[in-house]
Design a protein around this ligand. Sequence first.
Ligand code: NDP
Length: 327
Amino acid sequence: MAQNRFATEIYFDLNDKRKIPALGLGTIPSGDPKGVKDQVIAAVEAGYRHIDTAWYYGSEKYIGEALRELSAKGVKREDLFITTKVWPSFYHSPEKSLDKSLHDLGTNYVDLLLQHWPVCLRGGEDGTPTEPKDKDGNLLYDDDPVTGEKFIDVYNAIEDIKLNTDKVKSVGVSNYSIPKLKQLLPNVKKFVPAVNQIEYHPQLPQKDLTDFCAEHGILVEAYSPVGGPGAPVIKLPYVNELAEKYDVSPNEVINAYHILENRSVIPRSSNLERIQTNIRLPKLTKDELRTLYQIGVVKPTRYTNDPWGYGLGFRYWKGDTLSKNFD
Ligand code: NDP
């Protein structure tokens, strides 16, 4: 078997001439967010240069602590790629949201600022509550999630930050379906999103969306690569068969599934050894990549079915009968 390369060595080009490391560390906390500090340090020491976070995750302060410690050890800020996001309840003030993130991260810029969802939720001035609800438990929106267009203004405001300040290098989106991208693209001020960060793994076919992104020069980033808590994706028999064949872990097979198809991938783990060892890149064949994809074609499963995603035009959204039209 040919020697595996390292996923940490691969970089992709963005549409704004910048580069993004293919493998990033996800930072939704598993339990106590303080643990994220050691996860980031472990990752960077193992060669990761890409950290994915969001104001919503509550882990930025601990990433900031890790960055300070790494800086003292000689890791340069400019060698890292840090992403943060503007949550829907902070849609009214993307720059304020970013300023909070920058303060906690202890840096004066992020490499990538994403609109977390194309949705506007009724948060207060400080962005809270993050999931505003009425007394019956229904989400409180400030614009109709299905027909509204305010989400476009939010992306435009994110573009303004790039146009008018030095606080972001690249801008992009997350959780954009084809219909939402079709609404957005004719209305960008200057910057086509560099990235669309979406749920993607072998159980969730997304070829139409990734083809659409590729046609428009938008890099796809795969979140929940092993399906989130419980890691259901790494239990798939074919993933394990490939792991055995290439003498790597199932997690590395999944990372390769994305990276070999030019998608960035951002796994997370509270297990430092897992973070540090899951960095090899097995050279899966085209046939193997196709077989992995077919798992989801036969039995599609989406693990993130949050209520604010309802009606956005995604395939296989649990219970969402609106999300079927891709024309
Ligand atoms: P992942 O798909 O990376 O799954 C992480 C979970 O899988 C953890 O609970 C981890 O447990 C477990 N796991 C991983 N490997 C194994 C293994 N070998 N054996 C047992 N358990 C395992 O999760 P996320 O959903 O968090 O996605 C990754 C990142 O993507 C996030 O952290 C975030 O940065 C981003 N994201 C973005 C979203 C968006 O809306 N833009 C939405 C969701 C995620 P353990 O800790 O024990 O390793």
